[in-house]
Write a protein that binds this ligand. Sequence first.
Ligand code: ADP
Ligand code: ADP
Length: 230
Amino acid sequence: TVAVTIQEVGKSFGNGTPALADISLDVAPSELVALLGPSGSGKTTLLRIVAGLEQPSAGRVLFDGEDALSVPVRQRGIGFVFQNYALFRHMTVAENVAFGLRSRPRAQRPSEAEIRTRVADLLALVQLEAFGGRFPAQLSGGQRQRVALARALAIEPRVLLLDEPFGALDALVRKELRKWLRELHDRTGHTTLFVTHDQEEALELADRVVVMGKGRIEQVGTPDDVYDRP
Ligand code: ADP
Ligand code: ADP
């Protein structure tokens, strides 16, 4: 598990106000940090820069002190989960989870037996042991997000990036998954950046909350630092 250092990162799309300005943030190994802010505050752009899906206009991103931006996206070791679970519809749950491993170059690909064992372990971890043979359309929204998380974890990522992973789910399921994710994180310990615009979600889940607004960091602290709680 790695430390992520974001140094003076800026991003301009060339249309007026920058999407990000002078963002600096140190994320400790195994820390779960929530990026909290309204729509348009730059959360997704920051996540995409850490993932390598977007180049910053300024600044640096380091993983364990080493420049991450010069490492090709596929070798950066990122597990990414999106709001609209990008599961492959024509693949079973197990095939979805195995996808990242099976698409590795032959030299880095585990054997088929190893892949099967790993997928079974991951499905157990996300409490979907019995669902490996189903298709995404046969699952609930919450179950699909758990598959998406298992798929992200399959590649043994160095950093886990979650972009409003529960945003499309109803309030009750969100609450359940929040607790579940916190427990999962306590067991697996991935360095995690979690984007949300839900204050309660950030409070309940994160070790630290980064409050963003208009492309800048407005506040950083533990949930207790950031909010007055009764
Ligand atoms: P958030 O995730 O907090 O909703 P975003 O990072 O998606 O915020 O967006 C931050 C700002 O950058 C917004 O003003 C958005 O319109 C702009 N932006 C994001 N992506 C692009 C893009 N590809 N081209 C132009 N502007 C963009
Ligand atoms: P938003 O931030 O507006 O909710 P998404 O998070 O769904 O949008 O997607 C953000 C971007 O990431 C999109 O441009 C999409 O093409 C890209 N993307 C989606 N799935 C993947 C993936 N598995 N790997 C890499 N890029 C992806």
